[in-house]
Write a protein that binds this ligand. Sequence first.
Ligand SMILES: Cc1ncc(COP(=O)(O)O)c(C=O)c1O
Length: 398
Amino acid sequence: MQDVFSRTQSLFDLPGGIIYLDGNSLGPLPKAVGARLSAMVADEWGEMLIRGWNEAGWMDLPMRVGDRIGRLIGAPKGSVATGDTLSIKVYQALASALEMNPGRRVILSDSGNFPTDLYMAQGLIASLGQGHELKIVEPEAVEAAIDETVAVMMLTEVDYRTGRLHDMKALTEKAKAAGIVTIWDLAHSAGAIPVDVAGAGADFAVGCTYKYLNGGPGAPAFIYVRPELADRVRPALSGWLGHEAPFAFDPDYRPGAGVERMRVGTPPVLALGALDAALDVWDGVTMEAVRARSIALTERFIAEVERRCPGLELASPRDPHRRGSQVSFRFTEGYAAMQALIAKGVIGDFRAPDIMRFGFAPLYVSMEDVVAAAVAIAEVIDGRLYERPEFRRRAKVT
Ligand SMILES: Cc1ncc(COP(=O)(O)O)c(C=O)c1O
């Protein structure tokens, strides 16, 4: 197992002196990406010009890359499309899901969901004007809130703040039994923990590729639709590339086959090329090996930090089987402490009001990194470095 990860660690370009524990926000740069992008720009865009759509296979990239992500989330071939942003994919999934349950009005979500998911639901509800209601309960109360008034259950599997992990299979089964359509946001799951969308029976799953999949800033999102449904769902964003025959230029929309109907417009070819190259790192890596290593790393991190910094309160579940691949600690001076830590070369991030968040990606984070990070955190806390004015100024992106 160690061998797999020493190989993958050598495939990343991390600046010297940095311990990177923020891959749950933006994954680092895989070495292969630069060369791929240069080649795409020079040989494909530069030389082929518009012929690249056919000759370089640009038009097939969204589905080809989707299949590579599918392997990591338990989705069968041809059931994942890539493109757009995750917010857009949430909107698409929710709009289609609501239409599948026309007699019901409740969208069930939880307070651990990422705000954009909730905002997209609020926007869609207003546009539909059919009296839908977004019901937000505490994560622990989701199961009890599943009943026959609910049209759609829309959850993020791993809580972006605390790392708390929902039981996707159990909740999906319970929801299905109550006639509810299910949507799972895998932003903090894909590439972080083993996911089995097909085995869980999820109807829709969406996610981003700039975190644990290392696709780069603004990398395209993905959407999975359960194959049995994919030919029946109506895409709300009926763009020409989701049409059955885009180049027939028919004035009337007819949805394409399967999940391809969730494509919208022209794919972000260069970004998909970067993502495709980034996914090469995963060749020969199983999610089971990643999970085992991630648990070892996070367990050690918690032990080292708690031993050294009793003032930090663990905000993540203590049971590793109930959390994803991140660990969060509460600390009232969390923002300034994180800036001080970053200045020391240990990069994590901060989520309001008081969460210091650390992501663990075995592909490039080692056990030595974990111990060194805990030592640096203790230096920040013991030395009260968070009191320095330069660390207290808030930047736009935290
Ligand atoms: C769970 C979750 N959903 C959605 C998003 C953001 O979506 P987008 O890629 O459209 O910015 C994030 C971003 O971190 C997220 O964590």
